[in-house]
Design a protein around this ligand. Structure first.
Ligand SMILES: *Cc1c(COP(=O)(O)O)cnc(C)c1O
Length: 373
């Protein structure tokens, strides 16, 4: 494990124990779920939790867990898009220019085009792989997503953050595909990290959630105000489910990344596939940068079949793979992204390796590929 990897392990350890340090005899070890909307007021303005739209003990618990992983203050949101929108609306004003990846999560581009452009925000798109060289003069906000969803291209986070800062721009990293455990964008110089915790962070395909993390107290306060004033707040049960999922984040990721590596290696030369993308494969275009800035190569694999039909036949032939959009769960899933309008080949599947035992999973996927080859 690298020094940086040890930093991730220490943060995970703290995340598991920040609460246990505060417990007294008779307290529950597992955090209680508090659904209250009203809280007894103190005398001063800062006398604790006051009202359910401002804060709640259950959000504070999950935010503290996430803050340990980020080594930074965190604001929780009811979905990844709510977190992305909070960052975008807090940071941009009319006349600003934003640089966004043309191959990142499509709803972020849709949000900017549909709601921000009419207010006078100009969006410039560049592919993730070319972000390092993109012109940044006059840009207010640089948005990055690495590895990108769905294409799994990678950009140099530290290099982009340095160039953006020199141009007077703020950098935001959507770190959903990597998770805070495998990649630490704030340590690499970005100003804000945003997440869909719906994916691997919560990890059990049963809740939507998101968060924003950053080390600039003023910016984080502005994001928290955005949540309080707009009322985009997570529910107590959702926060509680995410706090439970986060307790096993590193254990699940270890198996998921090992499964993805084994699968990528096993299928890379299969005749049913035109190409395979996995940042962990030594000849993948993302490999060198991913090895430099990630603790592991993640759990997503790109598989390009000859046609839409071949991709669908593969999913139908596999016992393990469920066709679902979204990723990062305990079960292996796959999504044919062209279905959603992504600029991906018709036969491109984004496969999310789950936590199944590795041997039977690899055997199942190989049998499904053999069945359609
Ligand atoms: C899923 C996803 C989002 C949106 O998250 P939701 O929880 O579905 O709102 C944003 N960015 C990336 C990279 C994602 O994969």
């Amino acid at each position: 494990m690298t020094d940086d990897g040890r930093a991730g392990a220490k943060r995970m350890f703290r995340s598991l124990h920040h609460r246990s340090q505060t417990l007294a005899p008779g307290d529950a070890l597992a955090p209680p779920m508090v659904t209250a909307s009203k809280f007894v007021l103190g005398a001063g303005p800062d006398a604790g939790i006051e009202y359910g739209r401002f804060s709640s003990p259950t959000w504070e618990h999950v935010e503290a867990q996430l803050a340990c992983l980020e080594d930074a203050p965190v604001v929780a949101f009811p979905s990844g898009m709510a977190a992305c929108a909070a960052a975008i609306y807090t940071l941009l004003k009319p006349g600003d220019r934003v640089l966004v990846p043309s191959d990142g999560y499509y709803t972020v581009r849709m949000l900017i085009d549909r709601y921000l452009t009419p207010l006078g925000v100009e969006a410039v798109q560049r592919p993730t792989r070319a972000l390092g060289e993109a012109p940044m003069e006059g840009v207010r906000l640089v948005w990055i997503e690495t590895p990108s969803n769905p294409g799994l291209d990678v950009c140099d986070i530290a290099a982009v953050a340095v160039r953006a800062k020199a141009a007077g721009a703020i950098t935001v990293a959507d770190n959903t595909t990597a998770t805070a455990f495998l990649q630490r964008p704030l340590d690499l110089g970005v100003d804000l990290a945003v997440y869909s915790d719906t994916k691997a962070a919560a990890g059990h395909s049963d809740v939507l959630f998101g968060h924003v993390a950053g080390r600039d107290a003023g910016v984080i306060e502005a994001v928290r105000d955005w949540r309080r004033i707009n009322g985009v707040i997570p529910g107590a049960f959702e926060a509680w489910l995410v706090s439970r999922g986060l307790e096993t984040l590193d254990v699940r990721l270890e198996r998921m990344c090992a499964n993805a590596a084994a699968l990528a290696e096993a299928v890379r030369d299969h005749p049913a596939l035109e190409s395979v993308r996995y940042p962990g494969l030594p000849d993948d275009p993302s490999h060198a940068l991913a090895a430099h800035q990630m603790d592991a190569f993640g759990f997503l694999i790109g598989m390009t079949f000859r046609s839409q039909r071949a991709a669908e036949d593969f999913v139908a032939a596999s016992e393990a793979v469920s066709p679902t959009t979204s990723f990062g769960g305990v079960q292996t899933t796959a999504d044919r992204r062209a279905r959603w309008g992504d600029a991906a080949p018709e036969g491109y599947l984004r496969l999310s390796a789950g936590c199944e035992p590795t041997g039977p999973l690899v055997a199942d996927i190989l049998a499904a590929l053999d069945a359609i080859a």
